[in-house]
Structure formats: C-alpha cells, structure tokens
Design a protein around this ligand. Structure first.
Ligand code: ASP
Length: 263
C-alpha cells in the first residue's frame, strides 16, 4: 500500500497569484484519491480543471499561435509504462481526455486532424477553443502528477504552447522524456520554454537522477542549473514512490502545490 499524493503546477511564468487556482485542482485530485480513485483519474480530472480555467495557457485559455489559431498539446504517462499524447489539436477544449484515451491503445500519439478524427470517433467534445492573445512570453502550461494507493503514478500535462510560436510547432509537452516522464516509481513534469526543455531532455534526466538516489529537489535543481544551455525560464514538478511531491523553478513565478494523504 502506498500513501496517495499529488503535486501540480500552473506554469513556469504564471505568477504566484495563480496559486489558488492550482490548489483547487490539487483538491479535486486529492478527493479522487481519498475515495479510492486511480492516479490516472486524479491526474486527468485535475488537469481538466486547469484546462477549463481560462487563466492558464492550456485548453480554454490557450494562447494564439502566430496566425491566430489555437493548437493544443497534451500528454499522460503511467508508471506501468502506458503513454498517450496529442499534438496540435484544434477544437478540443480538453485534449488531456483524448491523450488519456490512448493509454490502452496500441498507438502512443496522434497529431492535428488525425487526433481530432480519433476524438470524433470516440465522442470527445468538439467545440471552438476561444484562446487569447499571447502576453509577454506565456509559459503558463499546466501539469499534475498523482500517486494512488496501489503505488501507480500518473503524470498529465497540457498546453497551448509558448507565445509567438507558429502553427504546427511541437513543444516539450507531448514529447516523452522532455515535458513528462514516468519510470520506476518516479514521475516528472516540466514547464517553461519548450525548446530548451526538449534540448535538455529534462524530465527523463531528472527521473534518472532520482532513480540513482538523488532527492527530488536536488535533482530538479541540478537539471535547472546543468541541463539548460540558455537560462530559459523553466520549472519542474516531481513525485516519487513515497513522500510528498515537490516543485522547483528558476524564477519565483511558478505556482505549485502538493498534497499527501494522512496515513
Ligand atoms: N512548455 C510549454 C511549451 O513550450 C509552455 C509552458 O510550459 O507554458 O509549449
């Protein structure tokens, strides 16, 4: 038996004023886990809360690409090895639900029109995503990692992509090992400038370091200091097989929150 826990963030650059919004999502995940729900259910439902919250650059509040379109990326991975991700989806307010639908399929990921066609065939909500104009360099993606009583860990992330990116651009969020990685009882998620996160393969490298015996915070600190070649604004969350989850960013701007059940 494991002790259920959750950690979530609202983006590397979102600002501390978004903390209450992140805490709301953590509370939803905590309630699911307390009532015996799975890590996947907790991570997905908390991610949906954040996708539906227009202050975040994910789902409803996603920022426009340079041509005014809204393209959504989302991913989920489970400690049993299952994985699902969607890239550049349009007209899909909750892309994390489509990513989660792929967990039990032979394929891992879908892009663009193919992803939307899959969602149509499975009855996932189709609706225009209003989006919003980019402001400064928007890095307020969302991410949630949950651990359930069985010890299963799931990491869910979702984004509209950094500001000033063209349609079709692929960031870190749907790329395994970059914006997310779950392996051997460790889950890691990243947020911030996706190109830098991808070049540093941040989530995989942090998970490996934790599995080698590094602490959660120490391993994230190492990645932020050693694996980013250009000092880009980046934040991370991590959760292991026991204890509470942690968040760490190279600025003061990442709202993150964690919860652990009482024994
Ligand atoms: N990492 C995301 C991306 O590059 C942005 C973010 O974290 O806010 O698409």
């Amino acid at each position: 038996m494991s002790i259920p826990a959750v950690v979530a963030h609202g983006g590397a650059g979102a600002g501390p004023e978004r903390l209450a919004n992140v805490e709301r999502a953590v509370a939803i995940a905590a309630a699911i886990l307390e009532s015996g729900g799975t890590a996947v259910e907790a991570a997905v439902e908390a991610c949906v809360v954040l996708e539906d919250d227009p202050v975040f650059n994910a789902g409803t509040g996603s920022v426009f690409r340079t041509d005014g379109t809204v393209h959504l990326d989302a991913s989920i991975q489970v400690s049993d090895g299952r994985m699902g991700f969607v890239i550049a989806m349009e007209d899909t307010p909750n892309p994390i639900r489509v990513a989660a639908d792929l967990l039990d399929e032979e394929i891992n990921g879908l892009t663009g029109e193919g992803a939307r066609a899959w969602a149509d065939s499975k009855g996932f909500a189709k609706a225009p995503v209003e989006g919003r104009p980019p402001f400064k360099e928007a890095t307020d993606t969302v991410g949630v990692i949950a651990r359930d009583r069985s010890g299963s860990i799931a990491c869910a992330t979702s984004t509209g992509g950094c500001s000033d990116r063209p349609p079709g651009r692929v960031g870190d969020v749907p790329l395994p090992g970059c914006g997310f990685w779950v392996q051997g009882g460790v889950g890691v998620g990243a947020t911030g400038i996706g190109e830098a996160i991808t070049r540093g393969m941040l989530s995989f490298r942090v998970a490996e370091r934790i599995l080698d015996g590094g602490g959660l915070e120490e391993s994230m600190m190492w990645a932020l200091e050693e694996c980013l070649e250009d000092g880009a604004e980046v934040g991370m969350i991590a959760l292991g097989s026991e204890g509470t989850g942690h968040g760490l960013a190279n600025s003061e701007n990442m709202p993150w929150s964690s919860w652990i059940a009482r024994k």
